[in-house]
Design a protein around this ligand. Structure first.
Ligand code: AP5
Ligand code: MG
Length: 215
């Protein structure tokens, strides 16, 4: 199964990708997570990427395409993958098609999660992430058993730097300008499946699995 998850910031891409990863035993490839790891390591690429991420803008195409190209060649992608947060621009979508063609592969489905703006802001402001294992929570919709502690590993829960309200607004705007047009791009390729992302987390998972059964 070779899937792209499309959707605005806070739509639930990471949450759903983690569940699909265990269900189908394929890796989640999140460019956001990979870039945050590079920022944490203070690698030259991470230092550069941080400027764009803190402002809520997009990291240059050539940087993210390079990361994804390398990741898709890894052995664990042999049976499929879930791309979470990539592609985000038309040049990235073109590059993805090219890289996959070179590997003799093509996408099976592009799932676009639809969530209203007010719900997105509420999801992002309430999001907490484990600083040790990266597991995501939400203070109201998916709270940890113990305040501030990860259920899985006991690590401390932190708020993402780009989840401040003014950065969230920029990220939304960038999504509408640069990423939303990819819906038409993939509709034209016959790959787009639109899924209502407003329900509870398990209900959204069920809806995604149902569209994936048809591809
Ligand atoms: P990235 O990390 O990809 O962020 P994003 O796309 O803005 O999306 P989020 O991770 O914020 O949201 P999500 O859809 O994963 O939602 P989640 O499941 O966590 O990118 C960050 C930055 O990196 C970008 O701004 C850019 O600078 C750079 N970048 C990354 N990829 C790039 C690329 N390809 N090109 C260029 N630059 C790139 O859910 C959110 C919260 O809601 C959680 O708390 C969760 O528990 C809760 N929740 C989830 N589902 C539900 C539900 N159904 N009901 C209630 N709550 C829910
Ligand atoms: Mg995410």
């Amino acid at each position: 199964m070779k899937i792209v998850l499309l959707g605005p910031p806070g739509a639930g891409k990471g949450t759903q990708a983690a569940m699909l990863m265990s269900r189908y035993d394929i890796p989640q490839i999140s460019t956001g997570d990979m870039l945050r790891a590079a920022v944490q390591d203070q690698s030259p690429m991470g230092i550069k990427a941080k400027e764009y991420m803190d402002a809520g803008g997009l990291v240059p195409d050539e940087v993210v395409v390079g990361i994804v190209r390398e990741r898709l060649q890894a052995e664990d992608c042999e049976n499929g993958f879930i791309l979470d947060g990539f592609p985000r621009t038309q040049p990235q979508a073109d590059a993805l098609k090219h890289v996959l063609a070179g590997l003799g592969k093509q996408l099976d489905s592009v799932v676009s999660l639809q969530v209203e703006t007010e719900a997105l802001v509420e999801r992002l402001t309430g999001r907490r992430t484990c600083s040790a294992c990266g597991k995501g929570f939400h203070l109201r919709y998916d709270p940890p058993a113990e305040d501030g502690r990860c259920n899985s590993c006991g690590g401390s829960l932190v708020q993402r730097d780009d989840d401040r309200e003014e950065t969230i607004r920029n990220r939304m705007q960038v999504y509408h300008q640069q990423t939303a047009p990819l819906e038409d791009y993939y509709r034209n390729e016959g790959l787009l499946a639109v899924v209502d992302g407003m329900g509870e987390i398990p209900a959204v998972q069920k809806a995604i699995v149902s569209v994936l059964q048809d591809c």
